[in-house]
Design a protein around this ligand. Structure first.
Ligand code: TXA
Ligand code: MG
Length: 330
């Protein structure tokens, strides 16, 4: 049965809050991607998230809160955590922090770790939902595990078919990539997942180097990073400088001089075979379009999705991280 999609009204938010309080699942918009939310203090509700997504239970979830004062009930904030939260919350930044001794967050959420990942989302619907429940809301992206993250209500409806009370329809996600995950549980800050808040921004605010720490084969700090992720059903070919006639093209910037092998130009490809993340080479626009366009081109009529290079700077680091995962290279 199709999951109902609810337009945003006070009534819809209150009904969604009631469903979460009763242990149900609600898909809701955030500025990064759509989340699949449940009461983070209730084991059965959290178990339902893992079952609905087909997500391995070793991969802990992010807990969504309104602000630092709510977050302090569940995690220990040191000066660094306060400073970055003050600068970037609400927004696309998740903090991994030590759990408080009496943290009410259920151990299934944290996969038994001593740390918890917390984020204060900026999307008004996410904020109203948290407010209306008065609860911490655990929410991974609202898609089947290992598939593209949803950036619009219809992506959620196409990925999940049961076990969800409703999808709150809050428009297209403005950022389009999952939040930056910053580990502040140890002495050295480390980015476990790149996102819209960049290493440069964090290092300027923390006044120290902030490094990317995405591959930790022996002791994964962010278990989710090791799992297959964001994979379209057809292969992805990175670094494309031309395109084969049976490939779809995911472009970035100008395609004026890009050829189709065997003859012709990329700009003449049929519309369903071609998407441009940003004609002007704008990384913010490209991030917002990434998952939707990969999804559009994920069509068995094509042999592969050929992807043009994205500069590996600023937000480009996060875009390239997701593209490498889509290509099975990370
Ligand atoms: O933008 C986002 O963060 C979205 C929206 C819905 O807020 N949520 C999201 O959640 O992407 P999810 O569950 O798909 O990603 C959680 C990431 C995983 O890579 C997981 O391994 C990491 O956060 N994580 C969660 N708790 C952790 C912890 N205690 N220590 C280290 N990594 C953790
Ligand atoms: Mg996810």
């Amino acid at each position: 049965m199709a999951i109902p999609i609810w337009p945003i009204t006070n009534e819809a938010i209150n009904q969604a809050a009631q469903a979460i309080k009763a242990g149900g699942l609600i898909a809701f918009p955030t500025e990064t991607v759509y989340g699949l939310g449940a009461d983070a203090t209730k084991g059965p509700a959290i178990a339902r998230i893992f079952a609905t997504k087909g997500r391995p239970a070793i991969n802990p979830l992010i807990v969504h809160v309104l602000d630092v004062s709510q977050a302090c009930q569940y995690a220990v904030f040191d000066d660094r955590a306060r400073i970055v939260a003050h600068m970037f919350w609400p927004g696309p930044l998740t903090l991994v922090l030590p759990k408080t001794i009496h943290s009410l967050i259920h151990p299934l959420v944290t996969a038994g770790l001593e740390t918890v990942a917390l984020r204060s989302p900026a999307h008004p619907v996410a904020r109203d939902l948290i407010k209306a429940t008065g609860l911490p809301i655990a929410a991974p992206s609202a898609n089947k595990s290992g598939r593209l993250s949803p950036t619009a209500p219809h992506h959620v409806a196409a990925s999940l078919s049961e076990g969800v009370v409703a999808i709150l329809a809050g428009g297209k996600s403005a950022v389009g990539l999952e939040s930056t995950v910053l580990d502040l549980s140890g002495p050295v800050p480390a980015i476990l997942r790149p996102g819209a808040i960049t290493a440069q921004q964090l290092s300027a605010v923390l006044e120290c180097d902030v490094l990317y720490d995405m591959a930790q084969p022996d002791s994964p700090k962010s278990p989710g990073q090791l799992l297959a992720h964001y994979a379209p059903s057809i292969p992805v070919r990175l670094g494309a400088v031309d395109v084969l006639p049976d490939e779809a093209l995911l472009a970035f910037g100008s395609v004026k001089f890009m050829g189709i092998k065997g003859g012709g130009f990329a700009q003449d490809l049929p519309p369903d075979q071609f998407r441009n993340l940003s004609q002007t080479g704008d990384l913010i626009e490209a991030a917002a379009n990434l998952f939707a366009y990969l999804n559009d081109l994920d069509n068995p009529a094509f042999k592969k999705i050929a992807v043009m290079n994205i500069p590996d700077q600023g937000l480009g680091v996060a875009i390239n991280d997701r593209l490498k995962k889509a290509a099975g290279l990370a």
